[in-house]
Ligand binder design. Sequence first.
Ligand SMILES: Nc1ncnc2c1ncn2[C@@H]1O[C@H](COP(=O)(O)OP(=O)(O)OP(=O)(O)O)[C@@H](O)[C@H]1O
Ligand SMILES: [Mg+2]
Length: 251
Amino acid sequence: MDFKLKIENLEKRFGDKVILSGVDLEVDSGTITAIIGKSGTGKSVLLKLMAGILEKENGKISVEYGSENSAQDQKPKAGNLQEIGLSYMFQNNALFDSLSAFDNIALPLVESNSSISASVINQKVKALLKQLDLETVGASYPGDLSGGMNKRIAFARALITEPKIILFDEPTTGLDPERKHTVFDMIQFYKKQFGFTAFLVSHDIPEVYSIVDSIAWLDEGEIKYFGTVDSIDSISDPAIKHYLKTGRLSV
Ligand SMILES: Nc1ncnc2c1ncn2[C@@H]1O[C@H](COP(=O)(O)OP(=O)(O)OP(=O)(O)O)[C@@H](O)[C@H]1O
Ligand SMILES: [Mg+2]
C-alpha cells in the first residue's frame, strides 16, 4: 500500500529552549530519507516525535493513503505512524543483555497486545533469523557478540513486527568503515525485500548518500534542504553546498 508521510509545522521545545520551530517534510512510501545536521540540532528528537516517544508542542505527523481505486471524490485516509506500523532502531541498539539474541528479537511480538501465540512467535523469529543469516547466533547473548552483529540483531528486532516505517538513529556510529558499508548495504537490501519506508539519521556524509532517495537537512529548528543527492549541485550558496556534499562546515 502506498502512502505519503507528512510532517507539518512540527514544534518541540524543552523548557524555553526551542529545538524544532516548524519542521515540514513529506516523503513517499518506499523511500529512504537521510536526516543530517549538526550535533544537537534535534535529529534524534525528530525521530522520537515520529516514534511517539516524545510529545510534540504543535504540528502534525501523519500518513495519508488513498483507496485502491483512487476515485476523485474519495479523500485519502489519514492515520498515525503507529497505526500503520513503525519501528525505531536506537543508536546504541538498546538490546537486553540478559536476553538471548532470539529473545531480544521476539520481544516486540511478546510485548504487543495481540493474541499471537508463543509457537507463532517462535516460527516468526526462526524464519527471520534464517532470512537475515543469523541462525547461528540466536542462542548467543549481546555481550558475547560483536558490535556489527548486535546491530544486525537490533535490525532484526526492528523488522519482526513487519513495520511499514523504520527509523534508524545513527545505525553506523562506532563501526569501522567496512562495517558501516555493510550496515548501509543491509538497510538497502532489506528495504527492497521488505518494502519499508526509512528515515536514517547519519553523520556519515557522503557514505550514507549511496543508499538514500532524499536528504533532509535539519538546521536551526527547520528543514533547510530537502532533495536528492544530485540536486545539491544546484544550490547557489557555496558554503551550504559544501556542507551538504562533504558534511564539513569549511574547506
Ligand atoms: N529529554 C530531553 N530533555 C531536555 N532536553 C533534551 C531532551 N532530549 C533532547 N534534548 C535537547 O534537545 C537538543 C537536540 O537533541 P538531539 O538529541 O535531538 O540532537 P541530535 O541532532 O540528535 O544530536 P547528535 O547528532 O549529537 O545525536 C539538544 O540540545 C538536547 O540537549
Ligand atoms: Mg542524535
